[in-house]
Design a protein around this ligand. Structure first.
Ligand SMILES: *[C@@H]1O[C@H](CO)[C@@H](O)[C@H](O)[C@H]1NC(C)=O
Ligand SMILES: *[C@@H]1O[C@H](CO)[C@@H](O)[C@H](O)[C@H]1NC(C)=O
Ligand SMILES: *[C@@H]1O[C@H](CO)[C@@H](O)[C@H](O)[C@H]1NC(C)=O
Ligand SMILES: *[C@@H]1O[C@H](CO)[C@@H](O)[C@H](O)[C@H]1NC(C)=O
Length: 384
């Protein structure tokens, strides 16, 4: 068939472009321009959120206060009365504590213990709660470097011990820093999280950015909903927790002689370290602690998405041992493997009733022989 020859215009000759070609070219330009604008904006905002990780510059610390073991208890109020977290304990005053020998002073250490003497056939008994102690330092602090010499941490069924910083009269507005805490440490079958370091705050304080720590995000209550939101109103007040392994609390920690737990609380963030007895840095031993040369902390709570400087105020040092209470609802207690008369699943026969946590506490004084803190000195340093 005959085809008339027609010279084809080269592609770059715009005079030859059809309306469709023009439409395609214009659409392509619009897409390229849109990408060119959007990508750098996205990268920039990612950089912003990463870039706000604080600079923990070296601060120069000087000693503000020593809690020596000789007059240790003079520096604390004994909170007297029931446990605000519904534990099956009676927190007692200094006289009662002396009567039951709950706060003895030894050579170079002090003890804070749960009563191991009263039981179902004694007067008084522990049917409405076992005697325990909750100390709250008279002095309140705003930031600083805190060193706690901890030789033994409490453990055993039903125990919920804690060493923490809190303003006893402004919770949660002035924040709460749980330095050493554990639920059911040493219980036969509860997940052993080791130490849990946890913050509890008013709303809008999150730990969801970059962190530099060896611990793992965890829920101290052993549930599988670990959270990075520190808001006390969420998740039954689980807070934002970091757990650190079996050697950091309870049986293993105490068998190794404990160590120094350090907290640096400053505008940039809150960091917590634990130094085993055999590995206490020389700068701590010489009385000139310098966190800027310490290794990566167990827990890091940076101010990236939480105004640490504003959220934490006027904190007392608090040490206590609760038993049962809010941390041990029936579900948690029955998962703990703690001994009951009908131990083992579905073996409650012959009219026996399954023992709940409060019955266990009331009837088994000898179960609490390891439920004690043994402390050496506490030291508080402040930045110059
Ligand atoms: C700490 O002390 C050194 C030496 O005196 C000084 O150069 C530095 O500025 C101080 N740092 C702060 C944060 O005050
Ligand atoms: C993490 O902390 C360690 C110890 O302070 C420090 O040497 C290291 O540079 C930090 N790493 C990051 C990524 O910030
Ligand atoms: C901190 O506590 C002191 C008394 O110990 C009190 O005078 C002061 O007003 C408190 N500060 C805040 C911010 O509540
Ligand atoms: C625990 O069990 C006893 C019965 O043995 C019961 O009287 C008590 O109310 C129970 N306590 C709780 C907190 O469930």
């Amino acid at each position: 068939m005959y085809r008339p020859y027609k010279e084809k215009a080269p592609w770059y000759d715009v005079r030859s472009w059809t309306r469709w070609t023009w439409a395609g070219v214009i659409a392509a330009i619009i897409i390229i321009v849109a990408i060119a604008i959007a990508v750098p904006v996205a990268i920039g905002s990612k950089r912003d959120s990463e870039g706000r990780y604080p600079d923990y510059l070296k601060l120069n610390y000087t000693l503000l206060e020593t809690y020596g073991t000789d007059r240790f208890f003079d520096k604390f109020h004994y909170r007297n009365g029931p446990d605000p977290t519904n534990g099956h304990v009676h927190y007692v005053d200094p006289d009662y504590a002396a009567t039951f020998n709950l706060t003895p002073t030894l050579t170079d250490s002090v003890i804070l213990r749960v009563d191991t003497s009263v039981g179902p056939s004694s007067t008084p008994d522990a049917s409405t709660g076992r005697f325990s102690v909750r100390l709250e330092s008279k002095r309140q602090y705003n930031q600083g470097l805190f060193l706690f010499d901890v030789k033994h941490s409490p453990f055993g069924c039903a125990t919920w011990p804690a060493l923490w910083l809190v303003d006893p009269t402004h919770w949660p507005d002035h924040g709460e820093i749980d330095i050493m805490e554990a639920v059911l440490p040493g219980a036969p079958s509860f997940p052993d999280l080791g130490n849990s370091a946890v913050l509890h705050t008013s709303p809008s304080c999150r730990m969801d950015g970059k962190r530099n720590m060896t611990g793992a995000i965890a829920n101290v209550f052993g549930s599988n909903t670990p959270t990075t939101d520190c808001d006390s109103r969420l998740h039954n007040n689980a807070g934002c927790g970091v757990s650190s392994g079996a050697e950091t609390f309870g049986p293993a920690f105490s068998a190794a002689g404990g160590g120094i737990t350090a907290v640096e609380w400053r505008n940039e963030g809150i960091r917590i370290w634990q130094f085993p007895r055999a590995a206490i840095p020389a700068d701590i031993q010489s009385g000139a602690p310098d966190p800027s040369i310490w290794p990566i902390p167990l827990a890091d709570f940076p101010n990236t998405n939480c105004d640490i400087g504003a959220r934490f105020r006027n904190a007392s040092i608090v040490a206590n041992i609760a038993l049962c209470g809010d941390a041990m609802p029936e579900k948690v207690w029955s998962a703990s493997g703690c001994p009951t008369p009908c131990a083992g699943k579905n073996k409650c026969v012959g009219g026996w009733t399954k023992t709940n946590c409060t019955d266990f506490v009331a009837n088994n004084p000898k179960a609490f022989e390891n439920a004690y803190w043994e402390f050496g000195e506490f030291r508080v340093y402040q930045a110059e």
